[in-house]
Design a protein around this ligand. Structure first.
Ligand SMILES: [Fe+2]
Ligand SMILES: [Fe+2]
Length: 290
């Protein structure tokens, strides 16, 4: 039986993203109240909660677990909400225990989408920025943090040692299962990521939510934005096909906006609202199914 602590090792969901900035600092692009020095400080206590978070994630994200979560959530029969209510729903994730938490989920989405828009990218990519973390509502359906956020990786084949905290995979039953612990496991060389099951979390969920609505490059951004062991470390080239390689240029492009657009100053929503109402109406149905 998993205890309460196991479902919430992190004080708030942003802790794993702050940790990403420590792992992948980009002094050129960091636009936050925190200095680069602070991001590089590996001794802060926050890292222990992130470590514990990955211990749980790597222990429990098995091939069977992913199959079970796909069956449970990809039928989208939990809830239906108008799009803008869905953003309000997501914002219930605001953390009470940490008064310093700078911005709510919606502000992060808006800062990401605004950074994309400022650089003149197409409106569907702005839309990706606005939506990419919508899948975090899984936490509000009672899912533990380790099944919602964190780096994602393929299941059903050997876990790459380039994944953060690889030592914790030793606790995962698939690690010693010959069906799943070889280089290709249940897959074949360069079979293409469309045939690969990723660890379960907010990326796969939001991708499936809107998969008929956005260009394929945008869908790749949604589906693989937390797949750091590939888009930063190239640890799974052996499962990718040429099409994936082409599409990952977009995933990498998106990642810079996701990681480095955080800023303590909230965007002026009143001013931005008409633009976003237009693109949401253009790309999304009036209600979203969860
Ligand atoms: Fe995300
Ligand atoms: Fe994000």
């Amino acid at each position: 039986m998993k205890n309460q602590f196991e479902s919430v090792p992190l004080k708030n969901l942003d802790e794993w993203e702050d940790d990403l900035l420590r792992r992948y600092p980009d002094p050129e692009n960091i636009a936050t109240s925190k200095s680069t020095e602070e991001y590089r400080n590996y001794d802060e206590p926050q890292r222990d909660t992130v470590r514990e978070f990955y211990r749980l994630n790597h222990t429990y994200q098995t091939y069977d677990f992913v199959m079970q979560k796909e069956a449970e959530f990809l039928s989208f029969n939990k809830k239906e909400m108008p799009v803008w209510s869905a953003f309000d729903f997501l914002n219930q994730l605001i953390d009470d225990s940490d008064p310093d938490t700078d911005l709510d989920q919606f502000q992060h989405l808006l800062q990401t989408s605004e950074a994309i828009r400022r650089d003149g990218h197409p409106d569907w990519m702005v839309m990706v920025g606005l939506l990419h973390d919508m899948g975090k509502v899984l936490c509000l359906f009672g899912e533990p943090q380790w099944a919602v956020v964190g780096d994602t990786f393929p299941v059903g084949c050997a876990y790459a040692d380039k994944i953060v905290y690889p030592e914790f995979f030793a606790n995962n039953p698939d690690f010693s299962n010959p069906k799943y612990n070889t280089r290709y496991g249940v897959y074949t060389p360069n079979c293409g990521l469309r045939n690969v099951h990723m660890s379960w979390g907010h990326d796969e969920y939001v991708y499936n939510m809107v998969k008929d609505r956005l260009p394929e490059s945008g869908l790749y951004m949604l589906r693989y934005h937390s797949f750091y062991s590939q888009h930063r470390e190239n640890a799974y080239d052996h499962l990718m096909d040429d099409h994936d390689r082409e599409m990952f240029k977009w995933v990498k492009l998106f990642n810079t906006y996701d990681l480095y657009s955080k800023n303590p100053t909230p965007p002026n929503w009143a001013e931005l609202k008409p633009y976003y109402e237009d693109i949401v109406a253009k790309y999304l149905p009036p209600t979203l199914k969860f």
